[in-house]
Design a binder for this molecule. Structure first.
Ligand SMILES: NC(=O)c1ccc[n+]([C@@H]2O[C@H](COP(=O)([O-])OP(=O)(O)OC[C@H]3O[C@@H](n4cnc5c(N)ncnc54)[C@H](O)[C@@H]3O)[C@@H](O)[C@H]2O)c1
Ligand SMILES: O=P(O)(O)OC[C@H]1O[C@H](O[C@H]2[C@H](O)[C@@H](O)[C@@H](O)O[C@@H]2CO)[C@H](O)[C@@H](O)[C@@H]1O
Ligand SMILES: [Mn+2]
Length: 441
């Protein structure tokens, strides 16, 4: 069987060890010759790479590992690029969250002004990766998690229309695992779902078991009572902020009792409550630096210091399983049904054909084939039109270096109360992002 070569771009990501562990779990069905790590921060990447090298030597010595900051070395002769870069790293995520909050507006990584700021940094970073891949491995596919996925997807649709990049998100599968658990099923893979929306902005309209029986009555009832928690209790192993989000899904679902929502809709439906419960001085970025980043880099350093990964607490997760499933679907033309962020082009009949929407697709070696969603209701359609307008204005603003379009984008965001507040936030974001954004005129 062919052995595949994979580049992980953003090699220093906290998600890299999980993906490598997942790749090792699937070596029998998805053999690998070489994994290359690529990052523009060689020191950060080295800790992850050195630990993963020890791990691979112990568990899969036949797999080669190479870590590089040189694009030619990292992108030559590969079949897949799994990308998860964070341009500006957690220091800039902290700014994305704290600047809007200072103005009384939701401070979030991918939604509202923070997501717009992050989008303006991610666009050139991801385009650069696409160009490296097309230069050095023109037949490869890029499977991209880099956020904000909605803005990145619109940017690659518009600015690299022929590129083989697939933009994905792990939030729906994370929620589906919780739904499966609430139904007493062993995994989301025992369900078949229908879902539509934009990235971090969507709804499940149908959930069935493999025999075709609808599970929606039980699911809607459960979510209306408990959100995505089990009986209203905190989910063991989840951090407090995620547990609060999973509980809040109950209030989000109340807006449309027939469907169940993506958790991220809370930032658009209840921005006042979000701001009221936020700590302006200690946001999610601080929690992640003190939690996931500290844990992953601590574990990697411990492997390096001990010279063995035998007692390591590093593990695989849903995030890793989804991207590896996607690579297998393309490699072996499995036509697996997966949610993907793709150009609408008629999938949602009464919606902008050029919008990047998140819908079920059958994925094979020629990429995703969209399933037809049909018509969507006025409430969701109107919300989505407003949000797509924001995403498209950001990409146009980036392309044209237009202050006006960025101001319009912030003003249009449902999270921002007025054009004046939008301008105040934008001016602060420009100042904080001088090293990353193009100059706006
Ligand atoms: N789509 C999804 O559902 C989903 C889920 C989880 C994480 N993510 C995204 O995955 C990414 C990684 O998240 P993380 O928390 O592990 O971040 P992280 O900061 O730990 O890792 C990101 C890495 O990217 C590197 N990087 C930054 N700019 C780069 C560039 N231009 N070229 C190459 N490397 C670059 C950084 O040096 C860093 O090592 C983020 O964009 C995050 O939002 C997306
Ligand atoms: O605040 P963070 O960095 O912990 O999470 C932000 C990301 O949240 C989603 O991904 C979650 C996923 O939903 C959950 O099931 C688990 O796998 O953790 C992931 C990362 O924490 C979201 O889909 C991403 O786009 C965000 O980056
Ligand atoms: Mn996501």
């Amino acid at each position: 069987m062919k052995k595949f070569n994979i580049t992980i771009a953003g090699g220093g990501s906290t998600f890299t060890p999980g993906i490598i562990l997942m790749l090792m779990d699937y070596l029998d069905e998805f053999p690998i010759d070489t994994i290359k790590l690529y990052d523009n921060d060689g020191d950060r990447q080295k800790t992850v790479a050195d630990a993963c090298e020890i791990l691979l030597k112990e568990r899969a010595p036949e797999v080669n590992l190479l870590a590089s900051t040189n694009p030619e070395e990292a992108f030559t002769n590969v079949d897949f690029v799994m990308a998860h870069i964070r341009v500006g790293k957690y220091a800039m995520r902290e700014q994305d969250e704290k600047i809007p909050l200072k103005h009384g507006v939701v401070g979030q990584e991918t939604c509202g002004p923070g997501g717009i700021a992050y989008g303006m940094r991610s666009i050139p970073g991801v385009l650069e990766l696409v160009d490296y891949m097309e230069t050095y491995s023109p037949d490869a596919w890029m499977l991209n998690y880099s956020n904000p996925a909605a803005i990145v997807a619109e940017a690659t649709r518009k600015l690299r229309p022929n590129s083989k990049i697939l933009n994905i998100c792990d939030m729906p599968i994370g929620i589906e695992e919780l739904i499966a658990k609430s139904l007493g099923l062993s995994s989301r893979k025992e369900m078949e779902v229908n879902y539509y929306g934009l990235n971090h902005f969507g709804w499940w309209t149908d959930i069935r078991d493999k025999a075709g029986n609808s599970l929606m009555p039980q699911v809607t009832e459960h979510v209306s009572k408990y959100g995505y928690t089990m009986g209203g209790q905190d989910i063991p192993g989840e951090e407090a902020s995620w547990n609060s989000t999973f509980k809040k899904a109950k209030d989000v679902q109340a807006l449309d009792a027939e469907t169940v929502p993506n958790t991220y809709l809370k930032y658009y439906f209840y921005p006042d409550a979000e701001v009221a419960h936020s700590d302006k001085n200690h946001t999610r970025a601080n929690e992640v630096m003190e939690g996931r980043e500290k844990f992953i880099f601590g574990e990697c350093q411990a492997i390096i210091d001990r010279g063995t990964a035998k007692d390591s607490k590093l593990e695989t997760d849903d995030h890793a399983s989804y991207i590896v499933d996607l690579a297998k679907a393309i490699a072996f033309n499995t036509k697996e049904r997966m949610l993907m962020i793709v150009e609408n082009n008629g999938a949602i009949v009464n919606f902008d054909p050029t919008a990047m929407v998140e819908v079920p697709c059958l994925v094979g070696s020629n990429g995703p084939e969209k399933t037809v969603v049909g018509e969507i209701p006025r409430f969701q359609k109107s919300l989505m039109e407003q949000q797509v307008g924001v995403e498209k204005l950001v990409v146009e603003g980036f392309e044209e270096g237009s202050y006006q379009k960025l101001w319009q984008a912030l003003t249009l965001s449902k999270t921002v109360p007025s054009a004046r507040v939008a301008k105040d936030i934008l001016d602060d974001l420009i100042e904080a992002n001088r090293a990353f954004w193009p100059e706006l005129k």
